[in-house]
Design a protein around this ligand. Structure first.
Ligand code: NAD
Length: 411
């Protein structure tokens, strides 16, 4: 099942609970604007290659649209469209004044030189610079794009519109980015996991946690929970995982990964395990923080953790979601669990607009506050309406966008 079909199922469940009319459903599901542009670029070899770039601006009822820019060979309009809608619900769940958007270029960044990527990025900005900007639509990093790419976007946009650091977020800290953005998604996943444990009446110290993925999100989640005295009993990356019942040495994992090009292969501080074994590990909390769609109707019944926190986008397929619910497993959904990144992006935009700098402590404090409030609202709705936290999160997000649409008026 494609991610677009999955998010449509979750939208429909929430819309049924909210008793939304068919007209409102259609309005909320339709993108405000979809753009596809041609990007012809001269490659290092002297050949001219033509790429296709997309930007989908889904909804602006609650504010300027916000969402990442993805460089990946499988990027297409349908995927970008569904990710844009997901951003609309995500920004609404955490109640930050944004709508949702997403963009991408179909290419494999690992096969390009930095200069080629820069030319492609600048050419893409040339094609769409009139369609985005600080008050309209603010791109950010996503799969395959880095803070460097965001710096090129800001610089190229500035050639048309003057100095506008708030036109894009996720920039390098030395180039109008902010400290704390890098860790924000993982920190958010970690702090929300602690809130969930408390709500469920579980002890935090000693809680056993298995995390799939040791990239940006997985590594910062591991560090946060390790600092909170949880036991990180298993960690994996694309090449396999490691297990230690007493808890892995997370700082050693960081050191190892930093000195091995981000890979954990060969780490000697734990027993080797496969990614499939990690997902079925007997532990207190399972955190998929790598790919989408890893829990399916084939492997959902093997899950033994009573709590799953979705750090990755859509790691659980809808059929698996139903099975996990039936098994009594509590799932904290992606649109809340990994919203720390977009929340910190908002802080970057706010500071850029004010030509002011907060410092890391304020970033962390505000992040914890906003995510904490969103968690409480989702939890209350979930218990009062007797729906899963996922349906409650969608109800909150979709409901807020619907109300803003009505209050703003259609004419
Ligand atoms: P990343 O590229 O930094 O790290 C991905 C990790 O997953 C790596 O450790 C990689 O080895 C591992 N991985 C890749 N393929 C795998 C496989 N087949 N099996 C197991 N592990 C595999 O990515 P990231 O930024 O940490 O993002 C992870 C997830 O979180 C993605 O779903 C992303 O969309 C989502 N997300 C990220 C952010 C953010 O701010 N970075 C925000 C919201 C959501």
């Amino acid at each position: 099942m494609r991610s677009s079909e999955a998010s449509r199922i979750y939208f429909d469940r929430a819309a049924d609970q909210l008793d939304l009319s068919d007209n409102m459903r259609r309005l909320l599901l339709t993108a405000k604007r979809e753009v596809q542009v041609q990007i012809p670029v001269e490659m290092d070899s002297g050949d001219v290659a033509t790429f296709i770039g997309y930007r989908v601006q889904h909804n602006s009822a609650r504010g300027p649209m916000k969402g990442g820019l993805r460089y990946h060979p499988q990027v297409d309009l349908e995927e970008v469209r569904s990710l844009a809608a997901l951003m609309t619900w995500k920004t609404a769940v955490v109640n930050i004044p944004y709508g949702g958007a997403k963009g991408g270029i179909s290419l494999d960044p690992s096969k390009m030189s930095p200069r080629e990527l820069e030319r492609i990025t600048r050419r893409f900005v040339d094609a769409i610079h009139d369609l985005f900007g600080p008050d309209v639509d603010i791109p950010a990093p996503d799969m395959g794009t880095t803070p460097d790419v965001m710096a090129w976007i800001m610089n190229q946009y500035g050639k048309y519109h003057g100095f506008s650091p708030a036109c894009v977020t996720g920039k390098p800290v030395e180039y109008h980015g902010i400290p704390g953005r890098d860790e924000a998604t993982g920190r958010g996943v970690g702090s929300l996991t602690l809130k969930l444990l408390s709500r469920l009446g579980r002890k935090i110290a000693g809680t056993s946690v298995a995390i799939q993925g040791f990239g940006n999100v997985g590594s910062h989640t591991a560090k946060f929970l390790h600092d909170a005295e949880c036991r990180i009993v298993a960690i994996s990356d694309a090449f396999g995982g490691f297990h230690r019942t007493e808890g892995l040495d997370v700082l050693e994992l960081f050191r190892y990964s930093n000195s091995h090009s981000g890979r954990l292969e060969g780490f000697s501080g734990g027993d080797h395990m496969t990614n499939a074994e990690l997902l079925a590990l007997d532990c207190d909390v399972l955190i998929p923080a790598a790919l989408g769609g890893v829990l399916t109707q084939e492997n959902a019944r093997a899950v033994r953790a009573p709590i799953i926190v979705e750090a990755a986008n859509a790691p659980i397929q809808p059929e698996a979601d139903l099975i996990l619910d039936e098994l009594g497993i509590v799932v904290l959904p992606d649109i809340l669990a990994n919203a720390g990144g977009v929340t910190a992006s908002w802080f970057e935009w706010v500071q850029n607009r004010q030509y002011y700098q907060w410092g890391i402590n304020r970033v962390r404090q505000e992040l914890d506050r906003i995510l904490g409030e969103a968690f409480e609202q989702v939890w209350q709705l979930s218990t009062s309406r007797k729906v899963t936290p996922r349906t409650a999160a969608y109800m909150l997000g979709v409901g807020r966008v619907g109300r803003a649409t009505v209050l703003g008026g259609i004419q």
